[in-house]
Ligand binder design. Sequence first.
Ligand code: NAD
Ligand code: TYD
Length: 347
Amino acid sequence: MNILITGGAGFIGSHVVRRFVSNYPQYHIFNLDALTYAGNLENLRDIEGATNYTFIKGDIVNAELINDLFKNHEFDGVIHLAAESHVDRSITDPLAFVRTNIIGTVNLLNASRDSWKDHKKGKRFYHISTDEVYGSLGSEGLFTETTPYDPNSPYSASKASSDHFVRAYGETYDLPYVLTNCSNNYGPNHFPEKLIPLFINNIIESKPLPVYGDGKYTRDWLFVEDHARAIDLVFHKGENRETYNIGGFNEWQNIDLVKLLCQLMDKKVGRPQGTSEQLITYVKDRPGHDLRYAIDADKINKELGWEPSVTFEEGLERTIDWYLENQEWLDNVTSGDYQEYYTKMYN
Ligand code: NAD
Ligand code: TYD
């Protein structure tokens, strides 16, 4: 089996690539990634020499490149993670999200449709999406697979659009697909623009921790390796044309999560308790900020037997340890363009 994984040099993609390369020596894994600011081959140093692994630097917006790759390698499966993934960046540059998340996805769908048109059996297009397509919850309720789409940010609108295209290709061209919508991930290799790694980095550097609005926004956090395990399961056992929600059953208000992170960091770096909390700074809110996300992951649990295996306390500790042990990784990704982004965003 030849499997194309897109966005494999990014946060979640690198954990998925590692899992597939290590667990399935009978597959050949092709990792296609444009290496944007979020892509980093350092994430895959430990498996880059594996005989069943090939990295291809390329942009999914380039239809000709995608079509050539499908002709040359006859992929049996696609696991599509490549995306622009940060809400704040989508507010400043929505078109970048239209290009990669919508046009890039349609290019991959076209190539899969054309290359599988006479033999669909055993083929699979797996689209990785987010719970943000469902919009915002009030203080009650959970997102299920039948919750209507109601995206509020340019990021979630572009992901919602790509999800619709995937479903449409199933209906119109009988493309064999599966789709998952997952809650917020955290863990090693997470780019320090998202809440948890940004705050870990700022605590290390004793910089202010910019909490948006009143900090009472709620997210449902899942350890990235549990997401990678769910992706493995859905790729192999999921039903064609089905959607599965994936979540951590682990809701936290931002401010409570930040305080827990501060306490753990003080302990880990040997500072008196309370030191990092003093860095908390309330800043201007994100426009269109979704109040609450929370996933009902009952379907994937009942039908495929998946549930999170890592508790939040354990996952957070493993995450902090990874960042403290990989200071060079952090230094590399926070030099250059990152400084410019940070100044524009927070100063
Ligand atoms: P990320 O930003 O860390 O990584 C994205 C990767 O895609 C990078 O390696 C980047 O170089 C690559 N990429 C971007 N544009 C590309 C293009 N035009 N062509 C080829 N490669 C390109 O993102 P992530 O957090 O790992 O998210 C991966 C996927 O999972 C995304 O589709 C995202 O929507 C989805 N998702 C993320 C989360 C989360 O909490 N991070 C939750 C649910 C779903
Ligand atoms: P983020 O990690 O960007 O993920 P998403 O917006 O996709 O859920 O943000 C998680 C939460 O943290 C969200 O409510 C916004 C908030 N947040 C801050 O308060 N400050 C920050 O600097 C960032 C990046 C996020």
